[in-house]
Design a binder for this molecule. Structure first.
Ligand code: CA2
Length: 144
């Protein structure tokens, strides 16, 4: 069975608790549960990991690459706009990656409109809320 990693970066563990007007009321646990349920339907295996620490996210990408994962769904959170290291980790992993943002980063502050991650992903979903994760899963389950 294809293995796909679901990676969420800093502060996404706070989803549904604060800033609900921007990020909605769905918690990260609910998003992960939804993705896992769809994974059964698409007959792929999903492993989820969230961290507020850049190095832990990088280590997880490398460990998934070493464990024969084929795809990566990544919401890098604030690291989207700052992390060359995370970008390099995605390239080094060889994983087919889809970048997901809950909000439409292109309709927000100027500093959010630039992603260091998009250029090393095969697709980007922004502004679809929790649905973006499920769309990314569907794509990777067929294409990765
Ligand atoms: O729209 C997205 O998914 C973001 O990746 C979310 C990041 C933000 O830095 C990116 O520019 C866009 C921030 C996630 C923080 O989420 C919170 C949720 C609840 C309370 C506080 C933060």
């Amino acid at each position: 069975m294809k293995k796909i990693g679901l990676l969420n970066g800093p502060n996404l563990d706070r989803l549904g608790k604060r800033e609900t007007s921007v990020y909605g009321t769905t918690t990260l646990d609910e998003i992960v549960a939804k993705v896992e349920a769809r994974a059964d339907h698409y007959e792929v295996e999903v492993e989820s990991f969230q961290s507020n620490h850049e190095g832990e996210l990088i280590d997880k990408i490398a460990s998934w690459a070493d464990s024969a994962f084929v795809g990566l769904i990544i919401n890098p959170g604030g690291f989207t706009h700052t992390s060359v290291a995370l970008r390099d980790a995605i390239v080094a992993s060889g994983l087919k990656a889809v970048e997901v943002h809950i909000s439409n980063i292109h309709a927000r502050e100027e500093f959010r409109q630039k992603s260091l991650i998009s250029g090393v992903c095969c697709a980007v979903v922004a502004g679809m809320g929790r649905h973006g994760y499920v769309s990314a899963l569907r794509y990777l389950s067929e294409e990765a």
